[in-house]
Design a protein around this ligand. Structure first.
Ligand code: DAH
Length: 345
C-alpha cells in the first residue's frame, strides 16, 4: 500500500507536463497515464481491489481523485490547443452551427420518376439509349426525309465521326424495336440537346420522356385512353385532356395532347396564358415506315408513341415561369421542392 501511495505521489508530478505538451505529445502522455491497458494510473487502480478494506479506501480514494485531476488537466490542454489552432485558421468558435445540407433529388428528376412510375403501373418498362447518336437513329430511321425542314427545327450539336447529340429521345424507339419483338411497352427518359437559345421556355439541354407501344391491334383509342389515364393520375382525377392534329415524320396520324391547367383548373391564369389548357405532349400512331425500318411487320403490328418534356410539365404543375430556374446554381429555388413526391433521399 505504501508503494502505491508513493507511486501516486510520483505520478502526480507529471501533471506539470500537461500544460506544456503540444498536440503531438499530448495524446502520448494521456495514453501513458490513463491508457486503458497500460496507463500508469490505470494500473494502480487495477490493484486497488486486491487491497485490504482500509487500504482500499485510502488508495482508491487518492487514485480516483488524481484521475479526475488528470482528466481535467488533459481537457483544459486539449481545449487550449484547439482554440489556438482555430485562431490561426480564422475560425470563429463562438458562431452558432449551420444546419447540414442534406441534398435531394432535383425537381425534374422527381417528376421523371413520378411519370415513369405511373407508366410502370400501366405495364411499361424503362428503357435507355445513348446521348451521342448517329443521324440514322436520330432522324433517318424515324422517317425524317433528308433535307426536310423538320430537321432544321431540331438543329443539333454535331460531333466527329458522324455523331450528333440526340435532339429527342425518339431514337430509343428505334433501338428498342431493333432489340425486342412485340409486344413492346416502354418509356425512356433522358437528356436531349438542341441548338436553342437559353430563354424562359428553352434550354439547349433538356429532359424528355419517350413512350412506345407496339402490338397487334393497337389503335388510336389505346393512345387516347392510355395518355388520358396517365394525365389524370399525374395532374389529378378531375383533369380533362384534348387532342389536336399535329405533324411528326415518325407518326401518322400525329396528335398533340393538352390537359386542363393544373394551376387554375381550367379557369385561366398566367401559366396557361388564360386559355385553361396546357400543352403536354406530342404523340401519334407509329408510322409503318418506322416499323419497317426496324424490321417489324407493319401489316401485322401497329403502335403508338409519345414524347413529353418533364421540365415543361413541372412548370405547368407548379406555375414556374422560367425554365432557367432549374439550372440556377443557387439552390434556394429548388430547395422548396425538396419534399415533393418522395422528398430528399
Ligand atoms: N420527338 C418529338 C420531339 O422532340 C416528341 C414526340 C412526338 C415523340 C410525338 C413521339 C411522338 O414519340 O410520337 O418533338
Amino acid at each position: 500500500m505504501r508503494d502505491l501511495l508513493a507511486a501516486l505521489a510520483e505520478l502526480r508530478e507529471r501533471l506539470k507536463e500537461i500544460p506544456q505538451a503540444d498536440e503531438r505529445r499530448l495524446p502520448d502522455v494521456k495514453t501513458e497515464i490513463l491508457g486503458r491497458k497500460a496507463g500508469a494510473l490505470t494500473r494502480i487502480l487495477g490493484q486497488v481491489p486486491q487491497l485490504d478494506p482500509a487500504s482500499r479506501k485510502e488508495v482508491g480514494g487518492a487514485a480516483n481523485a488524481l484521475k479526475r485531476e488528470f482528466e481535467a488537466a488533459f481537457d483544459a490542454r486539449e481545449r487550449a490547443l484547439k482554440h489556438a489552432a482555430a485562431a490561426v485558421s480564422g475560425v470563429d468558435l463562438t458562431l452558432p452551427g449551420r444546419a447540414a445540407w442534406r441534398g435531394g433529388l432535383h425537381l425534374i428528376t422527381q417528376v421523371v420518376d413520378e411519370i415513369c412510375d405511373i407508366f410502370r403501373e400501366l405495364g411499361f418498362t424503362r428503357a435507355v439509349g445513348p446521348e451521342a447518336e448517329t443521324e440514322w437513329y436520330n432522324f433517318g430511321a424515324l422517317n425524317f426525309p433528308k433535307d426536310h425542314p423538320a430537321i432544321d427545327a431540331q438543329d443539333s450539336f454535331y460531333l466527329d465521326g458522324g455523331y450528333l447529340l440526340r435532339t429527342h429521345t425518339s431514337p430509343v424507339q428505334v433501338r428498342t424495336m431493333e432489340q425486342y419483338r412485340p409486344p413492346i411497352r416502354v418509356v425512356s427518359p433522358g437528356q436531349c440537346y438542341r441548338r436553342d437559345p437559353f430563354d424562359p421556355s428553352h434550354s439547349p439541354v433538356f429532359e424528355q420522356i419517350e413512350g412506345l407501344v407496339v402490338d397487334e391491334g393497337v389503335s388510336f383509342v389505346d393512345l387516347k385512353a392510355t395518355l388520358s389515364a396517365w394525365a389524370r393520375r399525374f395532374f389529378g382525377a378531375e383533369t380533362r385532356t384534348r387532342f389536336s392534329p399535329s405533324y411528326f415524320p415518325f407518326t401518322e396520324p400525329s396528335a398533340d395532347m393538352q390537359a386542363t391547367c393544373a394551376v387554375c383548373r381550367g379557369a385561366g391564369c398566367p401559366t396557361c396564358k388564360h386559355t385553361g389548357w396546357i400543352e403536354i405532349l406530342g404523340s401519334g400512331m407509329v408510322h409503318p415506315a418506322v416499323l419497317d425500318n426496324c424490321k417489324i411487320d407493319s401489316e401485322r403490328y401497329t403502335g403508338f408513341a409519345f414524347g413529353m418534356g418533364p421540365a415543361r410539365i413541372a412548370m405547368a404543375r407548379h406555375g414556374i415561369p422560367d425554365i432557367r430556374l432549374f439550372f440556377e446554381s443557387d439552390v434556394q429555388f429548388l430547395a422548396q421542392f425538396a419534399d415533393v413526391a418522395g422528398g430528399a433521399r
